[in-house]
Write a protein that binds this ligand. Structure first.
Ligand SMILES: Cc1cc2nc3c(=O)[nH]c(=O)nc-3n(C[C@H](O)[C@H](O)[C@H](O)COP(=O)(O)O)c2cc1C
Length: 477
């Protein structure tokens, strides 16, 4: 048999007494096995050291415990496999060529029925990457990785870029044992990395159904930023603690002159502002402005103060980063989002890109108005249905490092959720102030980086929001 069973990567097996064993792995609770027979202990030993095929493992049990214990062994090995603890390694001429590695609790491994004439093709969701010097195929569809170690695995995998059956592959590569080809297809099927191609050339990924509608990157993002289909570290793991400092709460732009922004009278607003329910009920996305009376510098100051300033700062001490509390919520109170007013037309403020310092409630000019600034505004205008030309567009960036310092696997998802929370707060403040506001669904992060000199990987645009003076006769829909 060319398929050997072995504990999956990352498992640590310790014998704690003559008949008990503990299995440890960073991604699960310890598993204790007690009262094991000498045959099962020998199986444990084989699964930890080099592995063996099913026949060899059964023989070990018979040798140690007698054939009466075989049924118990089958149940035992089935339990290990269905608990996603066992990897299957495919061998050709005693050399490992590929392996399927479980990465999630719902993993199932079974011998798939393979019709020799059934055509299979590599999935549109599967992709290859390098990991610790190995080629690894991953997919957001399955619960396993497949490792490619040596030929003929690479050749077979490449050939499956277009549809081929077992018979096609055997004819193409007649020097190969067809059992090896069959087992390779079996591994890929168990990992959901190949799909059956129907006579009309459709697959489950292209035929009508939910999968047809998914983009590769969206499904990958969904699967890897949620729990369930991977065993990557997840949540607040503080992986950079002691290695790197988190980026600070606010950026300094030390050599830029601060422009103090006007503040609203909050006490007066608490008494006289529009009631919350009235604001909530009247809020709409508004894209048309009163061009002869644009947004003013004072309104911009009041808006930023009410929606996005730091209300309270908290310094936990040690190497823990400062956190803050603001009118809008933010995961972990980390507040990695920054607001950059991109000013087209604002009474009392020159055009250009500014950084909003939410701690000191000041603006700092980052880039005076130029052709790039104009292009950013133009994109905002096109995205908001080509109505009024933007008066102020807020570029919302994420300083990813602030979240990455604490969280793992979910950083980008978290930052987009924070954008949503900020959008809603901005919408409500704009409505309460009688302004016109609309959140946008996309923009050009590279162009913003070019305009401001920001490093794409440290801080990129993740949202944009338009604000202007409301045209009382504006037609919204
Ligand atoms: C995340 C998000 C993205 C949006 N993207 C756009 C956009 O790109 N262009 C646009 O004109 N409106 C955009 N909008 C506004 C929606 O079209 C608007 O909220 C929706 O039509 C409902 O109308 P309402 O906001 O008046 O309730 C967006 C809103 C949100 C929350």
């Amino acid at each position: 048999m060319n398929l050997r069973l072995r504990f999956r990567n990352g498992m640590n097996i310790t014998k704690v007494s003559a008949d008990s064993v503990v299995l440890k792995s960073a991604d699960m609770n310890d598993l204790h096995y007690k009262g094991l027979s000498s045959g099962i202990l020998a199986v444990f030993d084989k699964l930890s050291n080099g592995g063996a095929d099913e026949d060899a493992l059964s023989r070990l049990v018979v040798e140690h415990d007698g054939s009466a214990k075989l049924f118990g062994y089958y149940q035992f090995i089935y339990g290990l496999t269905s608990s996603a603890l066992i990897a299957h390694h495919l061998y050709e001429d005693s050399q490992p060529i590929a392996a399927i590695m479980p990465i999630a609790r719902h993993y199932k491994f079974e011998q798939k029925r393979i019709d020799p004439d059934q055509v299979y093709q590599f999935s549109k969701f599967a992709y290859v990457r390098q990991e610790d010097g190995d080629f690894v195929i991953e997919t957001p569809r399955g619960c396993a990785k497949v490792y490619l170690y040596a030929e003929p695995a690479f050749t077979l995998w490449r050939t499956l870029a277009t549809g081929h059956s077992l018979n096609d592959l055997a004819a193409l590569y007649d020097e190969l044992d067809s059992k090896t080809i069959k087992q390779f297809l079996n591994l890929l099927l168990n990992a959901e990395m190949i799909v059956s191609v129907a006579e009309d050339e459709s697959t489950i990924e292209t035929a009508e159904g939910a999968l047809e509608m998914w983009d590769f990157h969206d499904l990958l993002f969904h699967a890897r930023s949620r729990q369930g289909r991977h065993n990557n570290p997840y949540g607040g793991t503080y992986r950079f603690r002691g290695r790197k400092q988190s980026p600070p709460l606010v950026k300094s732009y030390a050599d830029h002159e601060p422009i103090a922004l006007p503040k609203p009278d909050l006490d007066a607003l608490k008494q006289g502002d529009a009631p919350f329910t009235a604001v909530l009920e009247s809020r709409r996305s508004r894209r048309t402005y009163q061009d002869d009376a644009p947004l003013t510098f004072e309104q911009l100051g009041h808006f930023l103060y009410r929606a996005a300033r730091v209300q309270q700062m908290h310094q936990p001490g040690g190497d823990m980063p400062d956190i803050s509390f603001r009118p809008h919520p933010g995961g972990g109170a980390i507040h990695e989002l920054n607001l950059y007013p991109i000013v087209g037309k604002c009474e009392g403020l020159a055009g250009g890109v500014y950084y909003y310092d939410p701690l000191n409630h000041t603006l700092k000019l980052v880039t005076p108005h130029n052709e790039y600034v104009q292009r950013l505004l133009h994109i905002g205008w096109m995205t908001a249905d080509r109505r009024s030309f933007p008066q102020v567009m807020f570029g919302i960036t994420s300083r990813f490092g602030r979240l990455q310092w604490k969280y793992e696997s979910m950083v980008y998802a978290a930052t987009l959720k924070n954008v949503g929370a900020l959008y809603q707060t901005m919408y409500l403040v704009a409505e309460a102030m009688g302004l016109a506001a609309v959140g946008l669904g996309g923009g050009n992060s590279d162009l913003f980086g070019l305009t401001t000199g920001l490093d794409y990987y440290e801080e990129s645009l993740v949202g944009e929001f338009l604000l202007g003076s409301r045209d009382p006769n504006g037609q919204e829909w």
